[in-house]
Design a protein around this ligand. Structure first.
Ligand code: HEM
Length: 231
């Protein structure tokens, strides 16, 4: 997925482009892991046995959101600092596609462990999803569905058959994906943000970090639009 925010489309993803995208993504995954490990295993005593799926799922959720956001940020940053960021615009496609892959991992793991013992706040006493669970998951699934369309349209054989304007229009659906993710995470995490216990040692919840990051990306995008109109 190229996540177009500037007038020129990204060049087709090539091996060299991928190396840097993979390196940046691995760095984001490592930082997210460090944060999740500190907040959940160290501060909240989540057992180490739950690192392979429960903790990793939080890591993949947060890192996919930041990787996608980095792809979005490159457009506005190229508007503000063209010398530094115009040459980096090619990273949007590898970052968008890697973000999609990591979101897929998060979705599969979530479905594998989606039960009341892992996620009590999403279920009612009878074991069915409660309203928070149903609505937040609906937005997660919508995000993933629309994200799949943008990713599929970036498969070279499919992209080549589209007009550049058509392809760019599909990539703009990325913003809808980000809006759905905002809803997915905000509905799920909202209640916890008002619980003082959730701020132990200043380590705020991953859902709050996610929502603030998404809002930051949207604000920068809007500012870049205003800045572009003025110049
Ligand atoms: C573009 C797709 C998606 C993105 C970027 C995304 C992102 C996120 C983020 C950032 C969180 C917050 C994690 C936390 O508070 O610890 C989260 C939580 C969660 N998501 Fe997603 N999500 C996506 C799609 C899905 C899908 C399709 C499902 C399931 C079918 C899903 C199920 C869950 C569950 C169960 C949680 C709770 C995880 C936890 O608290 O440990 N998500 N998601």
């Amino acid at each position: 997925m190229g996540i177009e925010t500037q007038s020129q489309p990204s060049p087709p993803a090539q091996a060299g482009n991928w190396k840097k995208g993979i390196f940046i993504s691995l760095f984001i995954v490592a930082l997210s892991f460090l944060y999740a490990f500190l907040r959940y295993n160290v501060v909240r005593n989540v057992p180490y046995e739950q690192i392979p799926l429960f903790i990793s799922n939080k890591v993949f959720a947060l890192s996919s959101l930041i990787i996608i956001g980095s792809a979005f940020l490159l457009g506005p940053l190229a508007g503000f600092f063209p010398k530094t960021f115009l040459p980096k615009l090619y990273l949007r496609k590898p970052l968008g596609l890697i973000g999609f892959g990591v979101a897929a991992l998060h979705s599969f793991i979530s479905l594998a462990i989606l039960n009341p013992s892992y996620y009590p706040k999403l279920f009612d006493a009878s074991g069915k999803l409660n309203f928070v669970g149903e609505t937040s998951l609906l937005f997660g699934i919508l995000a993933f569905a629309v994200f799949s369309i943008t990713a599929i349209s970036s498969i070279p054989a499919i992209e080549e058959r589209m007009r550049p304007e058509q392809w760019k229009r599909i990539q703009r659906l990325g913003y809808l994906v980000y809006f759905f993710v905002l809803m997915h995470v905000a509905i799920m995490g909202f209640k916890g943000w008002f619980d003082p216990a959730s701020y132990k040692y200043g380590l705020v919840s991953i859902s709050l970090i996610s929502v603030l990051f998404i809002i930051f990306v949207f604000i920068l995008r809007i500012l870049a639009g205003v800045f572009k109109k003025k110049n």
